[in-house]
Design a protein around this ligand. Structure first.
Ligand code: NAD
Ligand code: UDP
Length: 333
C-alpha cells in the first residue's frame, strides 16, 4: 500500500516523522516535538497505540496522523528532516501475540523507514532496546557488550528483531551514507502506558489501585532499571540532534537498579494499597538483571535522568487513578 500526504512546512520548521507516534513513548515524543515548533507526522497502525493518546494533537495545525503499517511501503510527499523509528509493540504480552509479525515489523519496518530516509535525505533514529543484551552476563551493561540472547526462545522475535534493525541501520550508513542514530532504551514507564499492557509498572499500579493481588513472577529478585518517560524523550531528542558523526548505539535508561519485589513494595506504599503479593512462575528467558551504563549519554549528550523513581511512580499512579475512574488519557496530566 502507498499513501500520500502533504505537509506545508516553513523553512524554519523541521518536519519530523514519528513512526509509532500513537504509542506510549511516541505520543510523548510528538507532544515534545510540537512544543519545540516542529511539523510532526505521526504514522501508526494502532496495534498497541491509540488515537486517545494523540487526540488533542489532531487539531494542531502542525500535526498530521497517518494510519499505516510500517511493514508496507511508505510514500509521503514533501520534505522529511527527521525520522523516529518507534513502531513496534514493546510489551512481551503484545509482541508475542504474533511473533512473525513482530519480526517483520522490526525488519521490513526498518527497511521501509530507511528507504524513506534515503529518498528524503532524512536523519533516522532507531528505538532499539536493552533486550539486545538478552540475559546479560556482563553487569551493568555498556554499549560494547554484545549480549546473551536466546535466538530461538519466545522473546527472540523482539530481541533478534531489534538486533536486526540495528544491523540494518549500520548497513545503510555504510552502503548509502544514511545519517543514523541508535538508542538502546531501557525499561521506561509513565502516563499513557496501557492498563492491560502486561508490563510490570502498569500491572502493579493497576493491581494496587484495584486492590487485586500484585503478581510477582519468580521470586521477585530479578532487577530492572526504570526510566521516567519525560527523561527518555529528552534523551531521544538530544541523541537525534547530536553531531552527525554520533551514531551510537547509545544506552538511554536510568541506572537506578531495583528488584521487582522492591518495585511492588514501592507501588504498595505510594498507593497505600493493601493488595497482597502473589508469586507466579517466571516466564522463559526472563532476564535476571538489567542496568545501563550511561557514560556515553552523559559525555556526548550531556544527558542523565532527572526524575526519581518515587516521583515518576506518583505521576504514573495519578494517571492510572484517573483512567480507572473513566477519564480519557489525554485529559490526564
Ligand atoms: P507502544 O506499544 O506503546 O508503542 C508502539 C507503537 O507502535 C504503538 O502505537 C503501535 O500501535 C505502533 N506499531 C506497532 N507495530 C506497528 C506497525 N507494524 N506499523 C505501524 N505502527 C506500529 O510501546 P512503547 O513503549 O511506546 O515503545 C516505543 C518504542 O520504544 C518501541 O520500538 C519499543 O521497542 C521501544 N522500547 C520501549 C521500551 C519501554 O520500556 N517502553 C524499552 C525499550 C525499547
Ligand atoms: N513482571 C512481574 N509481574 C508482572 C509483570 C512483569 O513480576 O505482572 C516481571 C517480569 O517477569 C520481568 C520484570 O517484571 O522480570 C519486567 O517485566 P516487563 O515485561 O515490564 O519488562 P521486560 O521483562 O521486557 O524488561
Amino acid at each position: 500500500m502507498t499513501l500520500q500526504t502533504r505537509i506545508h512546512a516553513s523553512p524554519r520548521s523541521p518536519t519530523v516523522l514519528v513512526a509509532g507516534g500513537a504509542g506510549f513513548i511516541g505520543s510523548h515524543l510528538c507532544d515534545a516535538l510540537l512544543q519545540r515548533g516542529s511539523m510532526v507526522i505521526c504514522l501508526d497502525n494502532l496495534f498497541t497505540g491509540t488515537t486517545d493518546n494523540i487526540r488533542p494533537l489532531l487539531n494542531h495545525p502542525n500535526f498530521r496522523f497517518i494510519e499505516h503499517d510500517v511493514r508496507d511501503r511508505i510514500e509521503i510527499e514533501g520534505e522529511i528532516d527527521r525520522i523516529y523509528s518507534l513502531a513496534c509493540p514493546a510489551s512481551p504480552r503484545h509482541y508475542q501475540v504474533d511473533p512473525v509479525a513482530t519480526m517483520k515489523t522490526c525488519v521490513l519496518g526498518s527497511i521501509n523507514l530507511l528507504e524513506l530516509a534515503r529518498q528524503k535525505g532524512s536523519r533516522i533514529l532507531q528505538a532499539s532496546t536493552s533486550e539486545v543484551y538478552g540475559d546479560p552476563e556482563v553487569h551493568p551493561q555498556p554499549e560494547s557488550y554484545l549480549g546473551n540472547v536466546n535466538p530461538i526462545g519466545p522473546r527472540a522475535c523482539y530481541d533478534e528483531g531489534k538486533r536486526a534493525a540495528e544491523t540494518l541501520m549500520f548497513d545503510y550508513r555504510r552502503m548509502h551514507g544514511t545519517e543514523i542514530k541508535v538508542a538502546r532504551i531501557f525499561n521506561t514507564y509513565g502516563p499513557r502506558m496501557l492498563e492491560n499492557d502486561g508490563r510490570v509498572v502498569s500491572n502493579f499500579i493497576v493491581q494496587a489501585l484495584r486492590g487485586e493481588p500484585i503478581t510477582i513472577y519468580g521470586q521477585g529478585t530479578q532487577t530492572r532499571s526504570f526510566c521516567f518517560v519525560d527523561d527518555l524523550v529528552r534523551g531521544l531528542q538530544l541523541l537525534m540532534e547530536s553531531p552527525a558523526s554520533v551514531s551510537g548505539p547509545c544506552n538511554l535508561g536510568n541506572p537506578h537498579e531495583v528488584t521487582i519485589e522492591a518495585i511492588a513494595r514501592e507501588v504498595l506504599a505510594c498507593t497505600e494499597s493493601a493488595s497482597p503479593l502473589r508469586f507466579e512462575p517466571l516466564p522463559k528467558d526472563d532476564p535476571r538483571r538489567r542496568k545501563p551504563v550511561i557514560d556515553a549519554a552523559e559525555k556526548i549528550l550531556g544527558w542523565r535522568p532527572k526524575v526519581a523513581l518515587k516521583d515518576g511512580l506518583q505521576a504514573t499512579i495519578a494517571y492510572f487513578a484517573l483512567r480507572l475512574a473513566g477519564e480519557p488519557p489525554t485529559l490526564v496530566p
